[in-house]
Design a protein around this ligand. Structure first.
Ligand SMILES: [Zn+2]
Ligand SMILES: [Zn+2]
Length: 184
């Protein structure tokens, strides 16, 4: 059994559209390597910074992720049976057994899966982030008392205009804003 600590550069493109490990970040990895009959059992944790944006208010946010993983890396010739004969079919997109290559193992796919699976689908800057004002897009957390006087739904605005113009017609008063030809 062997323990290892490593700090590695991010392999890049590690995350989702809303939150990811920055490409220039480094990832701290602690590993425990256990020699077993058919190969090496790798158990570890990875610690990485995250950057993303709040899905409600679009504010940038920074978090950290800590993930655990475990993977068996087999000796190439240890299990010919599973290597050759497993009929994985079409639906078996999942990775098959992983193999040691010249006494090295490639941790990247393991790390990638562990990190991506741990990421929040809907990251928020804080649990109760109120998001953005539906009328003007202001960030409500900055301005909790924010509201609009007499907000008029644009779908009703045309009707209101019509209603007021009907009244105005009786009085023969030009209605405001409706007629471009009168502007100079
Ligand atoms: Zn937010
Ligand atoms: Zn507003």
């Amino acid at each position: 059994m062997k323990r290892l600590s490593r700090t590695v550069d991010s392999p890049g493109d590690l995350g989702t559209e809303v939150i990811a490990v920055p490409d220039d970040a480094s990832i701290e990895i602690e590993l425990r390597l256990e020699s077993v009959m058919e190969g090496v059992l790798v158990t570890g944790t990875a610690h990485a910074p995250l950057k993303g944006e709040c899905v409600r208010c679009l504010e940038p946010l920074s978090q950290e992720c800590e993930v655990e993983f475990q993977e068996m890396f087999s000796y190439p010739d240890a299990d010919d049976r599973s290597h050759e004969n497993v009929d994985t079919g079409d639906d078996a997109e999942e990775e098959g057994p992983l193999y040691l290559e010249d006494d090295l193992f490639d941790l990247e796919p393991v790390l990638r899966d562990a990190v991506v699976l741990s990421l929040p689908l809907q990251p928020v800057c804080r649990e109760d982030c109120p998001g953005l004002c539906p009328d003007c897009g202001a960030r409500l957390a900055d301005d909790p008392d924010h509201h609009h006087e007499e907000a008029v739904d644009i779908r009703w605005a045309a009707l209101q205009e019509l209603a007021s113009s009907m009244k105005d017609d009786e009085k023969d008063v030009p209605r405001d804003g409706g007629d471009d030809s009168q502007e100079k």
